[in-house]
Design a binder for this molecule. Structure first.
Ligand SMILES: Cc1ncc(C[n+]2csc(CCOP(=O)(O)OP(=O)(O)O)c2C)c(N)n1
Length: 191
């Protein structure tokens, strides 16, 4: 899969989800797949995106929350998986773009295998892998929550839009989306 296909699978399968993307490819992919929709894009703060998503999941328990993470990011912020295991938010899905590289800084290789599903299993968090678009859609529909999913990215086509975002604009749009969902009662169908 390409990173943008992973993001498209998330949006197609969970159309009302609140998405949080990590810096780099994940943010570019989510922007590409959603036509720069009002998601929570991290443009920096490597290692923080899962903590951010966990906070959103706790603050907005009636919406599905998806953390779309680069694999370098996921490793750097991996300790948050222990918090996910402790709080067990039933609305949180973690999707790791598993390409084995720190792409945005020049394609350096990550050390060793990722093993997020196995780590999830040890912690009591559902964990699985998906190698193609249809498989990923099926997993997103059916996996227990919280879950950590490794999505295989073996086509490293750059998604397109810049991963550098205006944090104030990101926050304002994201908050407005949550408020609008509360007022209209939409976005809750996916729980
Ligand atoms: C604490 C910290 N260390 C290093 C960096 C430099 N850096 C920015 S993005 C990145 C790679 C992120 O890797 P991954 O999450 O796999 O995303 P991708 O490169 O594929 O977009 C690195 C090392 C940083 N921003 N912050």
């Amino acid at each position: 899969m390409q990173a943008a296909e992973v993001a498209r699978a998330v949006l197609a399968t969970l159309p009302g989800a609140l998405c949080v993307s990590s810096l780099g490819t994940a943010t570019s992919a989510l922007r590409a797949a959603s036509d720069d929709g009002p998601h929570f894009y991290f443009g920096a703060a490597m290692g923080s995106a899962l903590a951010g998503a966990l906070g959103v999941a706790e603050a907005v328990p009636d919406r599905t929350v998806v953390a779309l993470l680069g694999d370098g990011e996921a490793l750097m912020g991996a300790t948050t998986l222990w918090s996910v295991a402790a709080y067990r938010p039933g609305n949180l899905l973690v999707v790791v773009l598993a390409d084995g590289l720190y792409s945005i800084t020049g394609g350096q290789q990550l050390n060793g295998a990722l093993r997020f599903p196995e780590v999830g299993g040890v912690l009591g968090v559902a964990g699985t892998r998906a190698a193609d678009y249809d498989g990923l859609c099926g997993v997103l529909r059916t996996v227990d929550r919280p879950a950590v999913i490794e999505a295989l990215v073996d086509d490293r086509t750059w998604p397109g839009p810049s991963p550098f975002v205006d944090p104030a604009r990101v926050r304002t749009r994201f908050e407005a989306t949550i408020t609008a969902g509360r007022e209209s009662g939409t976005g809750q169908e996916q729980l």
